[in-house]
Design a protein around this ligand. Structure first.
Ligand code: NAI
Length: 395
């Protein structure tokens, strides 16, 4: 079939298998171009199919020749209906990993459930024995709690007061004022239940219990801080409360891993266009100004550049360079004073009229389409493509 983008707000209902594959190939090529990393050899990535998790899987496999198991929640293709991008990404990842003789298997299902944890642990025990590195990169709006069966929804709201600021519709370029009412009822607790550290700890407890972690195993989860302009709705909002919980959980997990000398860390990453971040109001305007500024300074990075640098210059370099809260900071270039000062200056004047000039709306929009395998260089979108792609380890 010919697959075209069908965009609804911040989601695209279709995705392109060839475009997704090309994205994966580009990331593999990037990692290879940077040379080998003396890193972990047996890696479990939870949230492995898109964004930072996919970049982590690619960096482990093609940077360190690691065997990888990826867990994610994606929609397979069916006749006439493309699968979700993470499905196509994983199919492409496995194909290219297997071609180089690398072990790669995948588990598609709800990572929050006990069943998927058990299935993953069984696979580890059968094939790899133990895991050296666990990347926890889930981004989900909902979580069904495995103990109670209760379904929790996360919300993106400020806490305590109404938040008003500028935002942009990145499809039309229209800058407008957005007002978001503060969290009420159980909003904060629910968001913490979905995006906080409880599930991360459950995974690590289950893996340790099953003796599926090697001596000195490490686990990393990803967090975000960001600038002053997004603070009320992000870091000081409901999602920030979840990130606080996630960051605190790193210490609890490290405690629990003491007997095997294991460690848990949070890495604070840079703001990037992913399916998760395009859903957050205000962030698209910030990202378009940030992209413009960082590109002009020659320090722009995507997920793969971020994770390649995280591995090669922090995790496996011997110096994690932790901040005063014990976090790895790979958002260091985003948070540079000159970068933030420039973004603040641009933010003040940003309008529908001047955004095409002062912001990188085109970069934002392109990255958004790229997430779904569209507008990727080198892909012929007029050609018929087989939407029925299988993930090799699932076939
Ligand atoms: P993403 O949406 O690209 O990836 C999320 C991954 O989680 C996908 O592989 C998806 O299949 C998987 N997933 C979601 N629900 C699942 C479930 N129930 N079971 C199994 N897998 C499930 O998100 P992104 O942006 O890469 O986010 C990953 C982490 O990085 C999050 O913790 C996010 O807060 C953090 N982060 C994101 C930043 C950004 O700007 N995008 C910046 C800094 C941190």
């Amino acid at each position: 079939m010919i697959i075209e983008p069908r965009v609804r707000g911040f989601i695209c209902l279709t995705s392109h298998p060839k475009g997704c594959e090309q994205n994966v190939i580009n990331q593999i090529e990037y990692v290879k171009s940077k040379g080998k990393i003396e890193g972990a050899k047996k890696v479990l990535v939870i949230g492995a199919s898109t964004g930072f998790g996919l970049a982590s899987r690619i960096t482990s496999a093609f940077g360190s020749d690691a065997a990888t198991i990826g867990v994610f929640f994606d929609k397979p293709s069916s006749p006439g209906r493309p699968g979700s991008p993470g499905y196509y990404n994983t199919a492409a990842f496995e194909k290219h990993a297997h071609a180089e003789g690398l072990y790669a298997k995948s588990i598609n299902g709800d990572a929050f459930s006990n069943e998927i944890k058990t299935q993953t642990i069984n696979l580890i025990k059968e094939d790899l024995g133990q895991i050296d590195l666990v990347i926890y990169s889930l981004a989900s709006p909902v979580r069904t709690h495995p103990e109670t069966g209760k379904r929790f929804k996360s919300v993106l709201k400020p806490i305590g007061e109404v938040f008003s600021n500028k935002t942009v519709d990145f499809h039309t370029g229209k800058v407008s004022e957005v007002t978001i009412n503060p969290a009420e009822g159980d909003d904060v607790e629910n968001t913490v239940t979905v995006m906080g550290g409880e599930d991360w700890k459950m995974w690590m407890d289950a893996l340790k219990e099953a003796d599926a972690l090697s001596e000195g195993a490490t686990t990393i989860a990803y967090s975000y801080i960001g600038p002053e302009v997004t603070k009320p709705v992000y870091r000081n909002g409901t999602i920030g409360a979840a990130k606080d919980h996630l960051e605190a959980t790193a210490f609890t997990i490290t405690d629990h891993l003491k007997s095997i000398g294991g460690k848990a860390y949070v890495s604070v990453n840079k703001a990037l266009v992913t399916q998760a971040s395009s859903a957050i109001p205000v962030i698209p305007l910030y990202i378009s100004l940030l992209y413009k500024t960082m590109k002009e300074k020659g320090i722009h990075e995507g997920c793969i550049e971020q994770i390649q640098r995280l591995y090669s210059e922090r995790l496996f370099d011997g110096d994690l360079a932790l901040d005063d809260k014990g976090r790895i900071r790979i958002d260091d270039w985003e948070m540079r004073e000159d970068v933030q000062a420039e973004v603040v200056k641009l933010w003040e004047t940003a309008s529908t009229e001047n955004l095409p000039e002062i912001g990188d709306l085109e970069g934002y929009s392109n990255d958004f389409y790229n997430l779904f395998g569209f507008k990727v260089d080198g892909v012929n979108y007029d050609a018929e493509v087989d939407e029925m792609v299988e993930i090799p380890s699932e076939a």
